[in-house]
Design a protein around this ligand. Structure first.
Ligand code: ADP
Ligand code: ADP
Length: 227
C-alpha cells in the first residue's frame, strides 16, 4: 500500500533523513520508534506531503505521490493524519469538526455527514460529547475526536505522530485502545510512538530509526523476543 524507498530530506545543510525505506502492506500496523530528533516526524510529514523530499520515492497504492502533484488530492483524502496536539478547530463542536471535511471536500450533505460523524463518535466512545467544544473536552477526548475526524474521510492509511505524548498519563490508554481497535479491524496504520505496550499489542512490524536512518525493521515477534 505504501512504499517509501530511499528517501533523503535536508533542511539547509543538515540532512535529516538518509535513504529511508519502509514498506507497509494493507492492514498492517507499523510502529516507528527511535530517539527524539531521529527524523520520525519528518518521515511522516514527507508521506503526507507536508514536506518535500530531495531524493527517493514514495509510492502510495503504486502511484508516485511525491513527483506528481495531481496525486496530491489522493493523499489528502486517503491518508488520515493525527498529530500530537490534536489541532481541532476550536470554534466548532466535536460533531462539527468531524463533519467539516466530508461536507466541504467530498460534498456530502450535512444530514449524511452528521450521521457519519455520530457513528464515528460512537466508535471512539464519545457519542455523549457530540456537542462539546474542544476546550470542554479533556486531552484524551480531543485526541479521540481528532481520530474520528481523520476517519471521516474513509482513509486507506492512518498516520499518527506521537498521538499520546501531549496527554496526561491517565488519558493515554483511552486513545491507545481506540487505535488498537482500529488496527485489529484492519486499518493500515503507521504510528510514531514511545508506547511499547501499544507496539507489543498492535504492531505487525517495528521500525527503529536513529540519526535519520532506518536502522532495523523487524517483525513484532522478532523485536519483542529480542532476536
Ligand atoms: P523526531 O520526530 O524523531 O523527534 P523530527 O523529524 O521531528 O524527529 O526532527 C528531526 C530533526 O530535524 C531534528 O533535529 C529537528 O530539529 C529537525 N527539524 C525538523 N523540522 C525542521 C524544520 N522545519 N527546519 C529545520 N530543522 C527541522
Ligand atoms: P515533533 O514533536 O513532531 O518531533 P518538533 O517539536 O520537532 O515536532 O517540531 C515541531 C515543528 O517545528 C515542526 O513543524 C517542525 O518542522 C518545526 N521544527 C522543528 N525543528 C526545527 C528547526 N530546527 N528549525 C525550524 N523548524 C523546526
Amino acid at each position: 500500500m505504501l512504499r517509501i524507498s530511499g528517501i533523503d530530506k535536508s533542511y539547509g545543510d543538515t540532512q535529516i533523513l538518509k535513504r529511508c525505506s519502509i514498506e507497509v502492506a494493507p492492514k498492517e500496523t507499523i510502529v516507528i520508534i527511535g530517539p527524539s530528533g531521529s527524523g520520525k516526524s519528518t518521515l511522516l510529514r514527507c508521506v503526507n506531503l507536508l514536506e518535500t523530499i530531495d531524493a527517493g520515492k514514495i509510492l502510495f497504492e503504486g502511484r508516485d505521490v511525491t513527483r506528481e502533484r495531481r496525486h496530491e488530492h489522493l493523499v489528502r483524502q486517503q491518508i488520515g493524519m493525527v498529530f500530537q496536539n490534536f489541532e481541532l478547530f476550536s470554534h466548532l463542536s466535536a460533531v462539527e469538526n468531524i463533519m467539516l471535511a466530508p461536507v466541504t471536500v467530498l460534498g456530502m450533505s450535512r444530514h449524511d455527514a452528521h450521521d457519519l460523524a455520530l457513528g464515528l463518535l460512537d466508535k471512539v466512545r464519545l457519542r455523549n460529547r457530540a456537542e462539546a467544544f474542544p476546550d470542554e473536552l479533556s486531552g484524551g477526548q480531543q485526541q479521540r475526536v481528532a481520530i474520528a475526524r481523520a476517519l471521516a474521510m474513509k482513509p486507506k492509511l492512518m498516520l499518527y505522530d506521537e498521538p499520546t505524548s501531549a496527554l496526561d498519563p491517565e488519558m493515554i490508554s483511552e486513545v491507545l485502545d481506540v487505535m488498537t481497535d482500529l488496527s485489529a479491524e484492519g486499518m493500515t496504520s503507521v504510528v510514531v510512538t514511545h508506547e511499547m505496550g501499544f507496539a507489543r499489542r498492535a504492531a505487525d512490524k517495528i521500525v527503529f530509526m536513529d540519526a535519520g536512518e532506518v536502522i532495523v525493521t523487524a517483525s513484532s515477534e522478532q523485536f519483542f523476543s529480542g532476536v
